[in-house]
Design a protein around this ligand. Structure first.
Ligand SMILES: Cc1cc2nc3c(=O)[nH]c(=O)nc-3n(C[C@H](O)[C@H](O)[C@H](O)COP(=O)(O)OP(=O)(O)OC[C@H]3O[C@@H](n4cnc5c(N)ncnc54)[C@H](O)[C@@H]3O)c2cc1C
Length: 500
């Protein structure tokens, strides 16, 4: 009997993961990818002698012994040379006030530093540190998502609840509020702002507690060769497992017969048929265009109606003749005057310095990148208006950003050899993500609590994977794996994994 076939839409990390696990379980596979290379939003590109990294900031679970590390081994990305351990969480820098707060990984050190800065805020700081302590040394790298929600039994849930019993206190009450709300009573507003920016001011407190615990456990690292290399290694694993992948191939329709997904049609008219389809691309496009809006279901419709998308971002990267040797990799910088974009004012920028590996620039040089949230409509309108205005706005912003960075790094403008600018339109063009949303829906409490199902109402043999069903690198690679777990479960077959 010939093997059954799985078609996968998208070669981002989720699609590549789905491809690997499909092959490990004996399915014939073909991945169709819109772009000419793998990785999706995990993208790097060359500008002269510089490598610009537009994706993943940090990786979790890169050490042997965690659930996630096992997954990395299965996907062929566990080589220690891939990871550079983080030495610090980052810095919070206020140009106007001339102040800088360096955030150590160790929570006791962080609490001590914060209390020295603001003794009056000791109760909240101690509260935060105690919570982080409770989460420490637990394997949180897969957020208990080794199995898809559809295959998680009542007993499995109870077991998880039992294992996590000491932590529930910190996943309810005030810890379910946003960081902004949690720190609203702090005396030192500057420190409050710093805490709010440990992730985003809107993220739930318990999520930030979890991040600090993972960081404190030494489980945070940077990708030494950039994020596309990470994707290329999974692609290699997939090809070594004899998987097929076709680039510059955009799926325009999912073919359905009697409410069962049976294949795909590409924009060039090619059709391909399979027993199962895994859509690991943009969910809005999948539901509203590839399936003509027929299988949306109430829950998913409600998400589109009420959830905020992850905010698109503007990024300006500068290749410079300077190494920033003693600087932290991540820096939140409060600007002296806001940047203005349309009706929006930007008061803070996130600055990433690629000084942790020689992969991004030749010796004596490096890349510095500034990012901030922006509006899709603004950039989309400019893009529609014509290249001239769009380019002029990009260049205006890059030049203003440099002026701000000059206040920290005197003479920087003279050292710039290469400037690269990415807008939400850039991300949308290369990955088709809806309105340039870089990470699906915005992380908030509601979408943490309400799992997105991996199937669509009324449609069989189609499974969803990717950052619209589960977030971050761990979430997306697990979602690809989970789609295959669901296919195996449907066929009443055991699910296999392997590392060779
Ligand atoms: C700037 C940035 C920083 C991040 N930092 C971190 C971090 O520090 N830690 C962390 O864990 N995560 C981080 N993330 C998130 C993480 O990188 C993403 O969640 C993950 O890479 C998403 O992978 P994906 O496969 O779900 O989606 P995508 O990367 O969007 O991949 C989807 C793929 O499907 C293709 N596709 C879509 N539609 C079609 C179609 N119709 N036909 C063919 N192909 C199609 C697209 O071209 C794309 O390649 C970050 C993301 C960004 C953007």
């Amino acid at each position: 009997m010939s093997a059954k076939k799985v078609i996968i839409i998208g070669a981002g990390l989720a699609g590549l993961s789905a491809g690997c696990y499909s092959r490990m379980n004996g399915y014939d596979t073909c991945i169709y990818e819109h772009h000419s290379e793998p990785g999706g939003v995990a993208a790097t590109w060359r500008r002269g002698e510089y490598l610009i990294d537009g994706g993943i900031h940090f990786m979790m679970g890169y050490k042997n012994g965690t659930d996630l590390f096992n997954i990395y081994r299965q996907l062929g990305v566990a080589d220690p040379a891939n990871f550079v351990p983080a030495k610090s969480y980052g810095s919070f820098i206020d140009i106007e006030q001339g102040r800088q707060f360096d955030i150590p990984l160790n929570i006791s050190e962080l609490a001590l530093d914060m209390k020295m800065l603001s003794p009056a805020d000791a109760p909240l700081i101690d509260d935060l540190a105690t919570a982080v302590g409770a989460f420490s040394c637990k394997d949180l790298t897969t957020y208990g998502q080794i199995n898809p929600p559809e295959l998680t039994s009542g007993l499995d849930r109870l077991t998880t609840i039992w294992k996590m019993r000491g932590l529930f206190k910190y996943m309810s009450g005030k810890y379910t509020r946003s960081m902004e709300e949690y720190t609203s009573g702090m005396q030192n507003r500057w420190l409050a702002d710093c805490l709010n920016n440990l992730f985003t001011p809107q993220s739930p407190v318990w999520f930030v507690i979890m991040l600090l615990a993972i960081a404190g456990d030494g489980q945070i690292s940077y990708l030494s060769k950039g994020c596309k290399d990470f994707a290329l290694q999974i692609e290699k694993r997939y090809k070594d497992l004899n998987g097929e992948i076709i680039y510059s191939a955009t799926v325009e329709q999912i073919l359905v017969n009697n409410d069962c997904a049976i294949g795909v049609r590409l924009t060039d008219g090619t059709e391909d048929f399979a027993d199962y389809i895994i859509s690991a691309g943009d969910i809005h496009n999948t539901v509203f265009h590839l399936l003509d809006g027929k299988y949306i279901g109430k829950k998913l419709q409600n998400k589109f109606d009420t959830y905020e998308l992850s905010p698109p971002y503007f990024a300006a990267s500068f290749g410079v003749k300077h190494t920033f040797e003693n600087e932290n990799v991540f820096n939140t910088i409060v600007l002296k005057q806001p940047l203005r974009i349309g009706k929006r004012e930007i008061h803070q920028i996130f600055v990433r310095i690629f000084n942790y590996s020689n992969h991004f620039a030749p010796e004596g040089k490096s890349v510095i990148q500034a990012e901030f949230e922006t509006d899709w409509d603004y950039w989309d309108n400019l893009w529609q208006t014509g290249k001239e205005k769009y380019t002029a706005e990009k260049e205006r912003l890059a030049s203003e950003i440099l002026t701000h960075l000059e206040m920290l790094y005197f003479g920087l403008s003279q050292l710039v050899e290469v400037t690269d600018i990415a807008t939400p339109c850039t991300l949308n063009r290369y990955t088709l993500n809806y309105k340039g949303a870089p990470e699906g829906w915005r992380i908030n409490l509601q979408n943490f609590k309400e799992e997105t199902r991996r199937t669509l109402e009324g449609l069989s043999n189609l499974y969803l994977a990717g950052h619209w069903v589960s977030g971050g690198v761990p979430g997306v690679i697990l979602s690809g794996r989970q789609a295959v777990q669901l296919i195996c479960a449907k066929e009443k077959k055991p699910f296999f994994t392997r590392t060779t």
